[in-house]
Design a binder for this molecule. Sequence first.
Ligand SMILES: C[S@@+](CC[C@H](N)C(=O)[O-])C[C@H]1O[C@@H](n2cnc3c(N)ncnc32)[C@H](O)[C@@H]1O
Length: 199
Amino acid sequence: MKKILLEFLKFGYKTLFLPVVKKGNSFISSKIPKTELSKIHVNNAKLLTTREELLSLLPIGGVVAELGVDQGDFSESILNITKPQKLHLIDSWGSKRYNQKKRTSVENRFSEGVKEKSIEINIGLSTEVVTNFKDNYFDWIYIDTTHSYKTTIEELEAYRTKIKPNGYITGHDFILGNWDGLIRYGVIEAVYEFCVKYD
Ligand SMILES: C[S@@+](CC[C@H](N)C(=O)[O-])C[C@H]1O[C@@H](n2cnc3c(N)ncnc32)[C@H](O)[C@@H]1O
């Protein structure tokens, strides 16, 4: 607690706008590169109310991946709304919160689809599992893993060539952070950088 207060005192209100990484009991600020968008990058932008609305706009019957599955609640929505011909559920389930118990529950929950080969569970880090897929394979993917700048930019780069030319890269938590847990995300910065780099 002392360390958190010291961070706040040191940076004042700006603490909220700095990248803050939790290490042990302290919060460390690290620089996240900032890129500015041009008008061309938001020309076709649409504001959506929910992620279910996003699903309703995506192609039906596609080849799809969800990066970061947890216990499969959103996987269920993907299945119900977009009826993919193939859904890859990619997760490492390697932390205390997102653990092997959750992996087992996902394996049980989607066992029917796995048996029919319409669902494949790919266990491992998203940036490692990616080597299993050939180029131009996915119609769309949904990114929802750590939300850090580093992981997000690595995922965007790694999956870029795996998406079909008219495919979509979608994702969750396009926000600055989780203020309840005092965790600074880097999703916005990674997405901006990626958009500018690849137009
Ligand atoms: C926020 S949860 C996903 C929630 C899920 N998409 C939903 O909406 O119900 C994040 C998940 O990402 C997984 N994860 C975190 N980092 C990962 C990485 N680098 N590669 C693969 N999975 C990761 C965690 O194990 C966890 O299950």
